[in-house]
Design a protein around this ligand. Sequence first.
Ligand code: CA
Length: 220
Amino acid sequence: MNVLLVEDDDMLGTSLLENLREEGYLAEWLTDGRQARATLKTNQFDLVLLDLGLGGYDGIEVLRDLRLRDHRTQVIILTARDQVLERVNGLDNGADDYLVKPFDLQELLARIRVISRRQLGNGDPLIRHLGVTLDPYGRKTWFQGNPVSLTTLEYALLLALLERPGRVWSRQDLLARLGKSDEVHGSMIEVHVHAIRRKLKSDLIKSARGVGYFTPKAVA
Ligand code: CA
C-alpha cells in the first residue's frame, strides 16, 4: 500500500515514516500543505495520513481539493484539534477516519490495516450502524469516530446485536451466542447491555419487554 504522510511536526513525521516503512508500506512524507496538494494532483496514493494544522495551511483544503477528483484514496486525519466541530468538518469533507493527537501508534496501524483490507477488495469489513463502528476482525469499536473500550463479552454481545438490526434476541439466545449457560449466568446479559449503553449510547440497544433485546434499524 502506497501511503502519503502529510505532517509538519518533524519528530512525529520522522517516527511515523519509520514505522510505516517497517510495517512494509511504501511511504512518502511531506511537511507542506501546498506541496501535498500538488503531489496529490499528479500521484496516486492508496492512503493519505493528513495533519490539519500545517503551519498556516489548512489540511482541510488538501482534503477538499483531493475529493474534487478522487474518492478512492482513503484519508485518515491526524490532528490535535479535538473539538467535535473539527471532527465533523473533517468527516464531512470526505475523510474516512480520524485520530486525535496524541494517539497510540498501534491504534493508527490497526486502522491502516482495516483500510488495507478494504482496498484489497475484501469489501468493507466494518459494521457501521447508528454512529457505532465495529471491526469484526480487529475486535475494535468506535462511537462517532472515537475508540471505545469494550470487554470481550460486551464486544461479542454488541456484534451479535449489530449484525442484524431489528432482530429481537432472547436472553437465552444471547447467552448461547456468548457460550454461556442460562442457569449460571441469568443476569449477565442485563449487566453487559447496561455497560454497553453507558459506554456508547443509551438508546443503542432497545429492550423488547419480556422478550429480549435488539438494535433499532435506524434512528427513530
Ligand atoms: Ca501540525
